[in-house]
Design a protein around this ligand. Structure first.
Ligand code: TYD
Ligand code: MG
Length: 469
């Protein structure tokens, strides 16, 4: 019987089929399937895996309790913010994928970090996208200090592997994994097959030689890391670098971390000569000037609490259906809060446009922001100013009731540190205990109505003209 010479791989989802389809039977994408020669894939894998195929003569497994505990000496990336997101530094032999939109600053971050690591360890920076001269210019712009940083501008994975074997660096940066390619495989650089094979080859070598790999990955149109899931399974840590391209703040988050907590957040600012750490991030997300339509919340990102201003603008609509836009908050969440305010507090919000934004380009997904959002909306609608120094934390249920949220003590401690004096919390947050630990005037409310009366110091009232819904 003849062997199948080709397989067909979907470039969107990575599904493999034995025949060509115009539309991927797995993900439904059109024209995403390309042919790949199976023999080349096969022979490559075989070649790389040969040394690990020696016949075992003794028992290979051992009892878990008898394993010797190994002390992991993490390497510092040179930046506390980066280290925090990694879970305390770079673990030798680990593979870290850094994803993000083009132009957000991935190359800058990694070149800066590589330069800093190279002060103590050997580091190889592989630039597959820019020429050596371009990287050198950037390095100069970043005021890169003299360090043991080796640069290789190369796109062929075999040469990169060869150089890694020769140099045996402690850390290697690959910028980017999509730009590398293996000429023995069909498919353009960046295609699923290429990305998978290149990453697998690098991973094998990195684990063998205990090299920490930092891979740059591109993000596709819909915000996924390109080579969906293929890379995420392979690597130990997945970080995303994000931020508003028109603002200078950049957020580094961990999405997956085999060596630390996920959803950790590191904050940087892009300046004329590179990225600078932001040590006191709450300051950039706060306005500090009371005005109508502004409320302050304390959001939690991983182990970190951040005070953030929520800004709302409510104005009478001139459209048939009112306009609602939300930046940094999910639009559906805003719709839900507006509906609760309309129903429970009798406000005629359906005749008003609503624009909502979080300061500083931060995105908050957790429901703990609900009460702050509601307060900002009511404050703008009624043109009432929330007193300075007040924070609002709580989830709003569909019936207008408030629900307690997690990590409340950490949030209040951050508020206290920043000089806030009052906090409005949902009933059941354990205020008795909290009052012993933080020096804030804490008020408890069981419903949204009650919370707003406490925060504003007056009843925002119902709309008389509004018929009951
Ligand atoms: P870059 O690291 O090339 O982004 P990526 O690798 O994610 O595509 O960063 C590009 C942007 O950063 C570019 O628009 C210019 C800006 N930048 C600065 O503002 N200051 C700097 O010192 C550097 C090096 C870049
Ligand atoms: Mg780049």
């Amino acid at each position: 019987m003849s062997r199948i010479a080709s397989i067909y791989i979907c470039q969107s989802c990575g599904a493999q089929t034995r025949q060509f389809f115009g539309r991927c039977p797995n993900c439904g994408d059109w024209n995403s399937i390309i042919e790949q020669s199976k023999s080349s894939l096969h022979s490559k894998r075989k070649e790389r895996g040969n040394d690990s195929l020696e016949k075992p003569t003794v028992k290979l497994s051992e009892p878990i309790a008898s394993l010797e505990e190994k002390v992991v000496n993490r390497l510092t990336s040179g930046y506390d913010e980066f280290d925090r997101v990694l879970g305390g530094g770079l673990v030798p032999g680990s593979i870290v994928l850094v994803g993000g939109d083009p132009g957000i600053g991935k190359s800058t971050l990694l070149l800066q970090s590589a330069t800093a690591i190279a002060l103590k360890h050997s580091v190889l920076y592989v630039s597959a996208e820019e020429s050596a001269q371009q990287v050198r210019l950037r390095w100069q712009r970043l005021k890169g200090s003299e360090s043991n940083l080796q640069l290789l501008a190369e796109t062929k994975v075999d040469l990169v592997l060869q150089e890694l074997e020769t140099l045996k660096p402690a850390v290697a940066v690959i910028d980017s994994i999509q730009a590398l390619h293996d000429p023995n495989l069909s498919g353009a650089p960046g295609s699923i097959g290429q990305v998978r094979e290149c990453a697998a080859a690098l991973q094998q070598l990195a684990k063998q030689q205990n090299i920490s790999l930092l891979l740059v990955g591109h993000v596709t149109k819909d915000g996924m890391l390109a080579g969906p899931k293929v890379l995420e399974h392979l690597v130990d840590v997945v970080l995303t670098f994000e931020g508003d391209r028109y603002a200078s703040h950049r957020l580094l988050r961990s999405m997956k971390n085999r060596y630390g907590a996920t959803h950790e957040l590191g904050i940087f600012e892009m300046q004329g000569n590179g990225l600078v750490e932001v040590k006191n991030p709450s300051e950039i997300f706060l306005n500090r000037k009371a005005a109508s339509g502004i409320a302050t919340i304390v959001a939690c990102e991983g182990n970190r609490s951040l005070a953030v201003d929520v800004q709302a603008l409510i104005s009478a609509t001139s459209y048939t259906s009112p306009k609602r836009t939300a930046t940094g908050v999910e639009t559906n969440r805003l719709h839900q809060i507006l509906a609760v305010l309309e129903k429970q507090m009798g406000l005629a919000l359906s005749r008003h446009d609503c624009y909502l934004a979080l300061a500083g380009g931060l995105a908050v997904e957790e429901p703990a922001a609900d009460l702050g959002i509601a307060a900002a909306v009511v404050s703008s609608y009624r043109d009432l100013i929330l007193p300075e120094g007040t924070i609002l934390i709580g989830e709003i249920g569909l019936g207008g009731q408030l629900r307690p949220v997690g990590q409340i003590q950490a949030r209040l401690q951050e508020a206290e540190r920043l000089g806030f004096q009052r906090a409005v919390l949902p009933k059941g947050s354990g205020v008795y205990q909290l009052k012993k630990k933080v020096n804030l005037d804490i008020m408890e409310a069981s419903s949204i109505n009650e919370a707003l009366i406490m925060a504003l110091g007056s009843d925002p009232g119902r709309d008389e003209s509004k018929e009951p819904i």
